[in-house]
Write a protein that binds this ligand. Structure first.
Ligand code: AVJ
Ligand code: FE
Length: 466
């Protein structure tokens, strides 16, 4: 794969939205409309963090449910602390509210495992703090010109903080999944499959496409800039790998056969005695799982979730395939062969609606494959956005021309070989925090996140379909 950094066609074509009204790009909104939209997005994030923290009692809020996670009350105050730092102090130029707690909620000062022993704000203090910060942040939003400085142009910092809160809402949802006890979160089931008998794979011919973005106003630093990438011909699974298909791998002895595993993967599997996805259990001749406190059969046709990179890679080897690279994933999601453009989302440039993708914690599980025909990409690939994060084979690295913005600790300090990129968002991700260009990353051993995968393979000129 080669990548060229030069001026590329990176425009956005908005069409009519499904409800008839024009859906306009953020940068074309009046300041007043942009403020109203931004306030709505911030309100939606707050509604969710309040719901996730009100769902349990105070004892549960301050407790550590897993060594991998912070107490929920830490996430809540950390959300407020980041909002204070960026919106109140930096953008607003206001006096600090609680300079004394900056360090407690600095993720780099205290690893997750040590957070419960810190003198954290208690539940009611934390709730009061985030409310006070939000009042000030809304006041700043009212008064700040949304042009000029890079950090305020098109309300960037406000969008970044809304995404930050939603990212922590997904983290808090993962904490809920690790929590023991009766179910406290409830949501309707996702839609059933609408289309069946989809082809197994889609073949994508060799060629260049535009990866990343320079024009999406709320895209984060690691998604920038847009650059042209040549991708060899490949085939990619039409849908994520399902629970039934994954169970075939498990039942075929996949976890006991080092042929399918990398050295690191085999060592990790052996050391931790891993024999199936996290939260799976074999009972009465079939696989069961625990999902937000509910014990239920693993659904055959839902994408598998809670697998590590190592497990995804081993499955792919067993299946005679491999994981897609990040560029392959993004090309499958965004490239429109009819126009040669890269779209914002698989279905086009319009923001996601409930018809397009399973996002936003509307359903507390992935939807069956085939449930979102309206979310299909121009190339014919389904469910790239929503349902489950998808592991790619790529390390988390900067694009050519990367500039850290507005702070090195968002992305830059994580670049390198330790982290693998995940794409597409999950049922737990809010639409504001997922795009065709959005990049997530985690360690290859992690499986508490809502991650699954799909496979890819090389195809060669002369193979059928190329
Ligand atoms: C992009 C999901 C890897 O949760 O560690 C939250 C997002 N950065 N607070 C994370 C983030 C700072 C980040 N991920
Ligand atoms: Fe954070």
């Amino acid at each position: 794969m080669t990548s060229v950094h030069r001026d590329v066609d990176d425009r956005i074509d908005f069409r009519e939205s499904s409800d008839g009204g024009p859906r306009r790009p953020l940068r074309e909104l009046s300041e007043q409309d942009l403020r109203a939209h931004t306030a709505e997005v911030l309100d939606r994030a707050r509604g969710r963090s309040v719901a996730l923290t009100d769902a349990v009692d105070d004892e549960d809020l301050v407790k550590q449910h897993s060594k991998l996670m912070s107490p929920l009350v830490w996430d809540l105050a950390h959300i407020g602390s980041q909002e204070e730092i960026w919106l109140v102090r930096d953008v607003g130029g206001r006096e600090p509210l609680r300079p004394d707690i900056d360090d407690l909620y600095d993720a780099f000062q205290h690893p997750r495992a040590t957070r419960p022993s810190l003198p954290l704000l208690g539940p009611s203090e934390a709730r009061g703090y985030v409310e006070e910060v939000r009042r000030k942040a809304f006041d700043v939003l009212e008064r700040t010109p949304l042009s000029g400085r890079d950090v305020t142009r098109t309300a960037f910092a406000f969008g970044m903080i809304a995404q930050h809160e939603q990212q922590h809402c997904e983290t808090m949802l993962a904490t809920h999944q690790l929590r023991k006890g009766d179910p406290v979160l409830h949501a309707p089931a996702p839609p059933p499959a609408q289309v069946r008998d989809l082809p197994d794979e889609v073949v994508v011919p060799a060629g260049s496409f535009v990866m990343g973005t320079s024009v999406e106003p709320w895209a984060l630093d690691n998604e920038r800039p847009a650059h042209e990438v040549f991708v060899d011909a490949f085939a990619i699974d039409t849908t994520p790998v399902t629970g039934a298909r994954y169970a075939e791998f498990v039942d075929d002895g996949g976890y006991a056969d080092p042929r399918w595993w990398s050295d690191d993967g085999w060592a990790y599997r052996s050391e931790h005695g891993i024999v199936a996805p996290r939260f799976w259990r074999r009972e009465g001749g079939r696989w069961w799982r625990t999902r937000f406190g509910v014990y239920e059969p693993v659904p055959d046709d839902e994408p598998v979730v809670h697998v590590s990179y190592h497990e995804a890679e081993a499955f792919a080897a067993w299946a005679g395939k491999r994981l897609p690279t990040e560029a392959e994933w993004e090309k499958a999601a965004r490239y429109d062969p009819a126009t040669g453009r890269s779209r914002r989302y698989p279905w086009g440039d319009d923001d996601p609606t409930p018809e397009h993708a399973n996002l936003g914690q509307r359903h507390l599980r992935p939807a069956p494959v085939g449930a979102y025909p309206r979310g299909v990409s121009a190339l014919g690939v389904h469910q790239l956005i929503g349902d489950v994060w998808e592991w790619t084979s790529s390390d988390f690295r900067p694009y050519p021309g990367f500039v850290a913005f507005p702070y090195r600790e968002y992305s830059e300090v994580f670049f390198g070989p330790e982290y693998k990129v995940l794409r597409g968002g999950s049922f737990g991700s809010d639409p504001v925090a997922v795009r065709g260009t959005f990049r997530n990353w985690d360690l290859p051993i992690r499986r508490q996140i809502f991650a699954g995968f799909r496979c890819a393979r090389d195809v060669h000129p002369g193979d059928a379909g190329v």
